[in-house]
Design a protein. Structure first.
Length: 138
């Protein structure tokens, strides 16, 4: 059943960090950074995306209704950027080869991508959008 943002609740993927609309997950082998202010709520209207840099990492913020999501700006198919792709509801399409990703889970939904992109935990506080990066462990 679609939620207020027109998205269907995804199946749980990976290990659930805590309940958050959008099932923010941590794939195996990742650790969390601290929350960092990434943008102001006013900078991200409903249904839009915003490319930001957090701790020297390019990520994309999404707002779907009252929910906020964040993924890496990387298509796992070939390393291209996702931020220039079309975004509708809970999906973004890679502008290079058309792979689609779920912005809530990072899951690769269509070929040619077969691996999920990283998701990052998001919270809103005092008009700020804060992001806590997942970092790949070496």
């Amino acid at each position: 059943m679609p939620d207020a943002g027109g998205c269907v609740k995804p199946p749980s993927i990976g290990r659930l960090v805590d309940y958050h609309p959008g099932f923010q997950t941590i794939p195996n082998g990742q650790k969390m950074s601290e929350f960092t202010i990434a943008a102001k709520v006013d900078e991200l209207p409903d249904g839009e995306k915003l490319l930001v840099e957090v701790e020297e990492r390019l990520v994309i913020l999404f707002r779907v209704g009252d929910d906020y999501y964040c993924i890496d700006d990387i298509c796992t198919h070939d390393g291209g950027t996702l931020s220039d792709g079309d975004h509708e509801g809970c999906q973004i399409e890679c502008p290079r080869h058309g792979a689609r990703f779920d912005v809530r889970t990072g899951e690769a939904l269509t070929m040619p991508a077969t691996e999920s992109t990283f998701t990052h935990k998001v919270k809103v506080d005092a008009g700020n959008i804060l992001v806590k990066l997942n970092e790949q462990l070496d």
